[in-house]
Design a protein around this ligand. Sequence first.
Ligand code: S3P
Length: 189
Amino acid sequence: MTIETRSLSDTEIRGIAARIDRPVVLVGMMGVGKSTIGRKLAQLLGLPFHDADDEIEKAAQLSIAEIFERFGEAHFRDGERRVIARLLEGGPGVLATGGGAFVQPETRALIHRKGIAVWLDSDVATLVDRVTRKDSRPLLRGGDPKEIVARLKAEREAAYAEAPIKVMSDAGPHGEAINRILKALNEWL
Ligand code: S3P
């Protein structure tokens, strides 16, 4: 078994969790698996998990699609930044952010200051496969998902690349991506 695929032991994971002193913030494209991976990662580490998009919906009492429709993207980004600022004050934990959050300069600066950003990346085909399973994302409405995902990924990559940690989240089960995040955190902390 290579180092890459070896799972960490419970003791190693506890050791990593003990060194996490601020939120681990998952950033990257829609469909990469930030929420699913984040929830499982938090569970393994024994830390609280928050999903910024869920918290925005709770605060607004509206779905993300409704916020975009009624108030537009700029209003959504404003609320997103405020919700993320609040969640970053919560101490050690795992925070999944929406795909555009880390692209906004102010939100990105906040995350750099208060959290550890982890860029989860996949190829376009995997992202498209995952995002086309549900129709809840306003940025994908009214266009070809493959074209939109490829364009957004190209536009956003420079911002995502500012994250100190980058992990690939390939097609298939999320366990391997979680393992990679744990190992990267182990080296980085
Ligand atoms: C967005 C991604 C979505 C959500 C909103 C905008 C984006 O989150 O925040 O629809 O700009 O990429 P996910 O990355 O969880 O899909």
